[in-house]
Design a protein. Sequence first.
Length: 247
Amino acid sequence: MKFTLPFVLVLLGLVSVCSAQVPTNQRLSLVDLYASTNGASWTVSANWLVGDPCANFWHGLTCDGSEIREIQLPNNNLRGAIPSSFTNLVHLQIVDLRNNQLTGALPAFTSTTSPNIVQINLSQNQFAGSIPDYITLSTLAVLDLHENQLTGDLPTWFTALTNLNQFYLQNNKLTGAVSEDYYNKARIIGFDISDNMLTCPLPPWCDQGGELDGRCYPCTICTTYETDVDSDTFCNYFDNCPFDPNF
């Protein structure tokens, strides 16, 4: 049987596409994640560590050829810190690791490491420390970090992200004032920074009954004279409340 040259070239191209593999450094990043989050105890870990991540359909991954586009492992009993090598997964568009037992610092995504990232959901974990500066993530549409142990000032860079339409930081330990820039952005996106340690007084639009219906309430203020639950509920939750003679 004879084959024409064009047919042979097409066949070789198909073989090449089918045999393409995830780059070694990216596979090792996933192996690091498995090791550092006690992968042997994950609820589901089908095919992890077996051959090529995309060719062998590692649980929770979505690929386009040899490019890992999504990692979704919510509610999967991941315990431990995300390794720094995680940002080697340069083709990621969606990261969903919510509702696990992840600790340590948040991944330091940048436009160099994650130029196409659209969604980051690391909520309902135990991440600590400050929120990295994600201002260069121009494609980011969803950032959900609620219910962690995050500290430091409220990030201001989020107001510059033109594609962002969901921004959730509630139930952390963030501090700082809520600026007018927050209002300009928050009134057009899904937004919640409530149950943090925000500085009083809150703007009228931010307090309960305002335009954002308490989505950045409460703030941490109490007097040194009134500390019972009836006079100031927040004194029961936050230590070292500042004294304010006008309260």
